[in-house]
Ligand binder design. Structure first.
Ligand SMILES: O=C(O)C1=C[C@@H](OP(=O)(O)O)[C@@H](O)[C@H](O)C1
Ligand SMILES: C=C(OP(=O)(O)O)C(=O)O
Length: 426
């Protein structure tokens, strides 16, 4: 699951409209929040049906390095609280997991060891400096190479004072989530006042507040100010929802083939940004019906071009961009300049790869302009980005000869993706 396998996958074409039912694995964002809050709890927490993928394993690996433990119990994982002991240096492997890189450094300050954080080349380029500055103001002792990026070392002193801090979270909502998730364990809790531009991915902030409440914390929000009092956390049992962003390519497959795909277990209420797919698909002229067994997406055969601001749901961009290549007219995606700091520069990658297959795709200041055109096969480079594998799979449904480079990189969130994709096609 390291994402470095150099092979290609011939994305299968659909022979006609699909009629399938799929089950996607647990939400990465919920899994990694539940693991962190479980590790900060007073007692063991059984996390039910969490994601098992590279990012999830990086998170459990990080928590183990920091003095916790995570033990598989069938489909569930029993997480035991951090009991940081000893003063020997340890290291935390970040891979290219934004959630691990942003959510775990604060936890290192609770122990008394030097903890080195480092990972893939790509994570060294992803933004983290505003978070490290805020953590330093809250009492963390951090040494880095002057770039405010991994590798960096947190010198634990057995606790974090906490208190009030200003934060620019405009490059990633994960900076804010990181402070809020760790807040209950700071001696004085945490009060964060947002400065700078609005954070992207608002649903992920709501998700953080929701999980904090489920673990017994009492976060408050007033406009740009967030407060999390110091609290003892507990939650014996937490069930993880299916990942609705991972569901995106399967939903898109219904639209692209003019068929029907049911995604099992779609929650009726959720903070996941993927839930926004229901209104997006309707806006693009598709049908999306939710009942108590799941979401059924039915393609109508025609996809409308659209102007979409994806600031709140940026992680859906690769799959949505692929889908819009089959629209009946031009589209513009805006509000996602921050995707230049994701797994790769996603705007550059999508413009390059979609154009190489024949679509008219250019980068704008904060997104993509997409003009559909007849597409042809070719190698689709994936830049060690799981969501580019998913986007390429959507294209392959209607374009013969799409060769997806390094498909194993999809293991960041869905190691079984290509199998599930093939099974959907029957
Ligand atoms: O908190 C989270 O779990 C996430 C927040 C978002 O990050 P950004 O705000 O950096 O886009 C999202 O894109 C990422 O996939 C997961
Ligand atoms: C941006 C993403 O991941 P990460 O959690 O590494 O930020 C993503 O999954 O689209």
């Amino acid at each position: 699951m390291s994402g470095n396998t150099a092979s290609t996958w011939s994305a299968p074409t659909a022979s006609g409209p699909l009629d399938a039912s799929v089950r996607v694995p647990g939400s990465k964002s919920i899994t990694n929040r539940a693991f962190v809050l479980a590790a900060l709890s007073d007692g063991p927490v059984l996390v039910r049906k969490p994601l098992d993928s590279r990012d999830a394993r990086l998170m459990t690996g990080a928590l183990s390095a920091l003095g916790g433990s995570a033990e598989a119990r069938g489909e569930d994982v029993l997480v035991r609280p951090l009991a940081p002991e000893g003063t020997e240096p340890v290291s935390v492997a970040l891979g290219n997991a934004g959630t691990v890189a942003r959510f775990t450094p604060a936890l290192a300050g609770l122990g008394s060891r030097p903890v080195l954080f480092d990972g893939d080349e790509a994570i060294r380029r992803r933004p983290v400096a505003p978070l490290l500055r805020a953590l330093a103001e809250l009492g963390l002792d951090i040494e880095d190479e002057g770039r405010g990026a991994p590798p960096f070392t947190v010198l634990g002193h057995g606790g974090i004072a906490g208190g009030k801090v200003e934060l620019d979270s405009s490059a990633s909502s994960q900076f804010l989530s990181a402070l809020l998730l760790a807040g209950p364990s700071f001696t004085s809790g945490v009060t964060v006042r947002l400065v700078g531009g609005a954070p992207p991915s608002e649903p992920h902030i709501a998700m953080t507040l929701d999980l904090l409440r489920r673990f017994g914390a009492a976060p408050e929000r007033s406009g740009k100010e967030f407060h999390v009092p110091a609290t003892r956390l507990s939650c014996p049992d937490y069930a993880v929802e299916p990942d609705l962003s991972t569901a995106a390519p399967f939903a898109a497959a219904a639209a692209v083939t003019g068929g029907s795909v049911r995604i099992e277990g779609w929650p009726e209420r959720t903070t996941q940004p993927g839930d926004w797919l229901r209104s997006l698909l309707a806006e693009l002229g598709q049908r999306a019906e939710l009942d108590d067994t799941g979401l059924t997406v039915t393609g109508t055969g025609e996809i409308s071009g659209a102007r979409l601001d994806l600031h709140e749901v940026g992680e859906l961009t690769p799959v949505v961009a692929a889908l819009l290549c089959f629209a009946d007219g031009p589209s513009v995606i805006s509000g996602v300049a921050h995707l230049r700091g994701h797994e790769t520069d996603r705007l550059a990658a999508l413009a390059t790869e979609l154009s190489a297959l024949g679509a008219g795709v250019t980068e704008t200041e904060d997104g993509l302009a997409i003009t559909p055109a007849p597409l042809r096969g070719g190698v689709f480079h994936t830049y060690e980005d799981h969501r580019l594998v998913m986007a390429a799979a959507v294209l392959g449904l209607r374009v013969p000869g799409v060769e997806v480079e390094n498909p194993a990189t999809v293991g960041k969130t869905f190691p079984g993706f290509t199998r599930a994709w093939q099974a959907m096609l029957g």
